[in-house]
Design a binder for this molecule. Structure first.
Ligand code: HEM
Length: 480
């Protein structure tokens, strides 16, 4: 009873606090006579229920398209996650947002996310965290990643041997998650013992469910468990980093992983990254890469099952590469460069089913956009659907057509599964490699059929088939 009362009190306090904040933000709008068209919805929840329920029904884009039809094709206001938010649509406004990072806007995450993943932005000075951000792409640029392709290939082979071969049916999404997590543990930390990897993976599911929960930090709540999971992973990472530093100091051979690269790298002032910074960066990469590339792989498998003529062309390309290899020879950079058609297929999959729908920014000052006022502190939300499914950007947008990516490909700022500008996903090239390595290995071994022909797609918070995509495997023995 007491617990019930306490929870009621907390929810009430939260409701009052957020309602006051909402009223305050509505008051502040009196000084802005020219806000974008749209509806802020109810106090506290705003239009979040519609936003979330469209996602749960598998049509996240509907929230956007309903409002584009009602208010404006480029810009409208709403309120989601308790924040007054301006949704921007189309290539021109994507360009505006991406090119004004740290000038008019800055990246923004809901408070609950910041509590679960405190970053160096909170633990270091602003200047230090900016320097660290600048260093991140160095660890993930193609020249640095080339040397990990053979690692990815050998993990893909071990993964398929352990979890796919000899099975009549498999469920794709959990398996693709376990593949991408195994690759991450190996490439970042040289951890590849499957049991240790599986143990390390456990807290990550808690982290994901915590992000979606009510931000109440009390024993037993999902939110509280997510914070604990995050602390646990950070501690484990620090232990691995300390051990590696000892090994390096004793001149033991250092594995060629991203951790070694980070420990040896210096910023523009010649300073090394400290343990916490490195733990933070690796945690950020593990989280950034956890549910994204695995979702892309899951949807690639889905579309290849639905479109046999596309599957055949991917198989043809990959078999050409396979035939050029000696027995047991692992994939390399040149092989990846030959996988052009397969990558166009992956791109078309991410156009129709982007693993991340979009992300938020916060206005750093009052400014005008398309003739409307954007108040300081308001959030802005860019989303991939407004261009990916727009016939002006992609003719006949519902058609699956990988040739859209041939030649110069889509017009700038129309194809944005990885975002754009200075905050563009730093894991883009890494994701390309692990996706292509997986495609090579899976089509070489199998064809497959979906077991649930019309499986619904739900948002969780990334889009996934509701039953995780069970498939029947058809091994092509003669090709192996
Ligand atoms: C198909 C796979 C992936 C997709 C579609 C994807 C997409 C995105 C998007 C849309 C953003 C937000 C950009 C913005 O706010 O404008 C992002 C950020 C990020 N991604 Fe990825 N990502 C993928 C894979 C990865 C991988 C494999 C890693 C790590 C190795 C990674 C690490 C990150 C990080 C650290 C950020 C935050 C960057 C920042 O805040 O500045 N991502 N990603």
């Amino acid at each position: 009873m007491e617990l019930f009362f306490l929870c009621g009190l907390i929810l009430f306090t939260l409701f009052v606090a957020v309602s006051l904040r909402y009223l305050f933000s509505n008051n502040s709008k009196s000084s802005y006579s020219n806000l974008p068209p749209g509806n802020l919805g109810l106090p506290f929840i705003g239009e979040s229920l519609d936003f979330l329920s469209n996602g749960r029904k598998g049509h996240p884009e509907k929230f956007i398209f309903d409002r584009i039809a009602k208010y404006s094709s480029q810009i409208f206001k709403t309120s989601i996650f308790t924040e007054p938010t301006v949704v921007v649509c189309g290539a021109a406004l994507n360009k505006f947002l991406f090119s004004n990072e740290n000038k008019l806007v800055t990246a923004w995450w809901p408070d609950s996310v910041n509590k679960i993943f405190p970053t160096t932005a909170q633990t270091s000075s602003k200047e230090e965290s900016k320097n660290l951000r600048k260093m991140l792409p160095n660890f993930l640029k193609p020249e640095a990643l080339m040397r990990y392709i053979d690692m990815m290939d050998s993990i893909a082979q071990k993964h398929l041997a352990a979890d796919w071969e000899g099975k009549e049916q498999v469920t794709v999404y959990p398996l693709s998650k376990s593949y991408t997590f195994w690759v991450a543990c190996k490439v970042f930390l040289s951890i590849d013992d499957p049991e240790r990897v599986a143990k390390f993976a456990e807290p990550f599911d808690l982290l994901a469910s915590g992000v979606l929960s009510l931000p109440i930090d009390l024993p037993g709540t999902l939110f509280n468990r997510a914070i604990k999971a995050s602390n646990f992973v950070r501690k484990e990472l620090i232990a691995v980093i300390r051990q590696r530093k000892i090994d390096l100091a004793q001149n033991k051979t250092s594995p060629k992983d991203i951790l070694s690269h980070m420990l040896q790298a210096t910023d523009e002032n010649g300073r090394h990254m400290n343990e916490l910074d490195i733990a933070d960066k690796i945690l950020g990469l593990l989280i950034g890469g956890h549910d994204t590339a695995s979702v892309a792989i899951t949807f690639i498998i889905k579309y290849l099952a639905e479109l046999p003529h596309i599957y055949d062309k991917v198989l043809e390309e990959q078999m050409e590469i396979a035939k050029s290899k000696k027995l047991g020879e692992l994939l390399n950079w040149e092989d990846i460069q030959k996988m052009k058609y397969s990558w166009n297929v992956a791109c078309e999959v991410m156009r129709l089913s982007p693993p991340l729908q979009g992300s938020f920014r916060e206005a750093l000052s009052d400014f005008a956009l398309n003739g409307f006022s954007i108040p300081k502190g308001w959030k802005l939300y860019w989303n991939a659907h407004s261009t990916h499914r727009n016939p002006e950007c992609f003719p006949e947008p519902e058609n699956f057509d990988p040739t859209r990516f041939e030649g110069n490909g889509p017009a700038p700022y129309t194809y944005v599964p990885f975002g754009g500008g200075p905050r563009m996903c730093p894991g883009k090239e890494y994701a390309r490699l692990e996706i292509l390595v997986f495609m090579h290995n899976v089509v070489k071994r199998f064809n497959w059929k979906k077991l649930i022909p019309d499986e619904k797609i739900i948002l969780n918070p990334v889009p996934v088939p509701a039953k995780n995509l069970p498939i029947r495997l058809i091994p092509h023995e003669h090709l192996n």
